[in-house]
Design a protein around this ligand. Structure first.
Ligand code: GLU
Length: 310
């Protein structure tokens, strides 16, 4: 592969309907890659097969296709890649400490445990130094998750939209889970492995993942993978300031029943400052207009009823 080829991607988790915010993210990821003459790929993040039925994935793929967003490469389905993640975990184990964690949800959310800004917790390392006997004892009752030990190290990167970011892993992330207790590999590991394998050079995704990025960069370093250029786009809210949800009410499929793909793309492009007015447009006609600097830094207000704006 040409080392200069830009490769962007959209990596939805099919745990529900696709809403306008997801569609906006897909559109911006597509336009960003295509505006640099790059490739665009779609990956289905159905790690948790119970929560991510094929039908939901097909709904997303069909929605994307309807508005003109398709993958230039065969799609990866994370549910089929457990062996690849297992191999990556073995590689990590050779570089740093991975350890089983037997803590219950209640223990992890008990009083006194530091909360992180992303809603997670700063793991108090309860299981980090258990003896072989202690592990064997707990193993009889509990299936453990697998955590990775993080160093007291600051990870910095420049986000293409949000600017300079840094995070001390030990203080603001803590030892995190790379495999859940049910054996499913964690998003944090899978995303890094898959972006690396696909040669992804840029990641356009929602700002709700900005806080996760330093730990992903840490995993990239351990696995010898390059760090893509990140662009975290603001979250999309409705006119009342509520974050859109993956519920039927905001479903992009529903919008497609009442609006043409060009109308939807035009509305989204207007909401993202790529168009000056919400006029119907083919997605490929926006490629030449796309510029990450135009994308708002504050949250984007999008009214799924179209035409009714504050
Ligand atoms: N699968 C994640 C989601 O649907 C996005 C992951 C990513 O873009 O890194 O929210």
């Amino acid at each position: 592969m040409d080392s200069k080829t830009v490769i962007g991607r959209f990596a939805p988790t099919p745990s529900g309907f696709m809403h306008a915010g997801n569609l906006l993210c897909a559109m911006l990821a597509y336009l960003s890659a295509k505006s640099k003459g790059g490739k665009f790929i779609i990956r289905i993040e159905d790690l948790d097969a119970m929560r991510c039925p094929r039908s939901a994935a097909m709904d997303i793929i069909n929605t994307l296709q309807a508005v003109g967003i398709t993958s230039d490469e065969p799609m990866l389905w994370q549910s089929e890649r457990t062996a690849v993640y297992q191999a990556a975990a073995q590689k990590l184990a050779a570089k740093t400490q991975l350890y089983p964690c037997y803590c219950s949800r209640a223990e992890l959310h008990a009083e006194g445990i530091t909360r992180l800004p992303d809603g997670g917790i700063l793991y108090p390392k309860t299981c980090k130094n258990l003896s072989a006997e202690q592990k064997a004892e707990r193993e009889k009752r509990v299936k453990p998750s697998l955590r990775i030990s993080v160093p007291d190290e600051v990870i910095s990167f420049t986000d293409g939209i949000c600017g300079e970011q840094s995070q001390n892993l030990a203080e603001h992330c803590g030892d995190f889970i790379i495999r859940r207790s049910d054996g499913v590999y964690a998003y944090q590991l899978a995303v890094v492995v898959d972006d690396g394998e696909s040669g992804v050079t840029e990641v356009v995704r929602g700002a709700d993942l900005l806080y996760d990025t330093p730990r992903q960069i840490y995993l990239q370093k351990l696995l010898g993978l390059p760090t893509p250029q990140y662009y975290h786009i603001p979250l999309v809210c409705d006119a009342d300031g509520r974050k859109l949800s993956k519920s039927e009410g905001d479903s992009a499929q529903r919008l497609l029943k009442t609006h043409s793909p060009q109308q939807i793309i035009g509305e989204l492009a207007f909401a993202a400052n790529i168009l000056d007015e919400p006029k119907p447009v083919d997605i490929d006609d926006l490629i030449a207009l796309y510029d990450a600097n135009k994308v708002p830094k504050e949250r984007i207000v999008f009214n799924s009823e179209f035409g009714i704006r504050n």
